[in-house]
Design a protein around this ligand. Sequence first.
Ligand code: G3I
Length: 345
Amino acid sequence: MKRIITLLLLGLAPFLQAQQINSTNFLKQIIPFPLGASLNPRLLEENLAYRTLAASEFNSITAENHMKMALIHPEANRFDFVKGDEIVAFAKKNKSRVHGHTLVWHNQTAQWMKDFQGDQQAWENLLKNHIQTIVKHYQGQIAGWDVVNEAFLDDGSLRPSIWADHIPDYLAKSFTWAHEADSKALLFYNDYGQDGKPKKMEAILNMVQDFKKRQIPIHGLGLQMHISIQSKNEEIKQVIDQSTATGLHIHFSEVDVAVNPKNNPDFVMDTIVQKAQSEKFLLLFSSYAAIPVKQQYGITFWNVGDKDSWLRGYFKRPKEYPLLFDESYQRKGAYEELYQWVKKK
Ligand code: G3I
């Protein structure tokens, strides 16, 4: 009985603390690095609560989908910057930084790219033109780019893709082309699930070492951090340490903490799960705060409120609550806990 009461009180703690933070205080004001979210322009336009929160709670913005190949370059001779430009304009209006995601990926490629026929030179021209047209379009407006996304498999091998298949050394070439187009933009390699996948992590570190040796411009590593309450803390800390040891900028680029990874239809977000989720957010923020300041590019959440998360749509997982804001765009207990933790530091 005593244990149950203690657990209940522990679970309630964040909500009791919530009373102390008023709506004019924001986490972004008290953390020393940019706090970001990926955004969906349709929600920005249609949903006032979403728009308000996106403007007030974050000072770094990533387009969740609209700078990806299929959307920004839908036909060989046509780029579509409309939605990307809307995101940039929103960020500008709110004095937020913009992070670009993503120039090269095996996924969300345009159909015309999948159908493309040509020799190596033709493929290189295609990819170089893609990268440089976009980077130049946003020159001076985008602080950093995920140049290549998710190029390695869990076993550390290069992921097969139209790029890997047709362009030898496509990673290094992509970074070089991006740098030629905007020498001031920070260039990131972005990937997920390095924790518990030592071969994948090793492949990323080898790539960094190789780039440095060949003077290929790379400035940062994006660790997506799509983690869950079951992720192992030691494994997370290890990949953060290994990434930090490169000396590059570190971006936790797509943070969410899944609470119902097995998609249990009867799942209930009780106080014990809330606490486990809060602890994971705290682990991420405290580990991030320990990274040397000059390497801190920021922490970005993958969208704003629980119901906007890709985990619900993509995995058809309606009972998933992975972010800091609930379905009514109210701060969750985890937000309050983070706020109090930063305040006390
Ligand atoms: O735009 C079409 C719409 O016209 C159509 O009616 C609808 C029907 O399914 O699909 C819409 O496209 C969806 C798109 O998101 C835009 O909403 C795609 O089906 C859907 O697959 C796509 O999912 C995105 C996913 O990347 C694609 O792999 C998620 O929103 C996005 O959050 C997710 O983001 C990735 C990062 O870029 C890289 N890291 C992993 C992360 C999560 O997968």
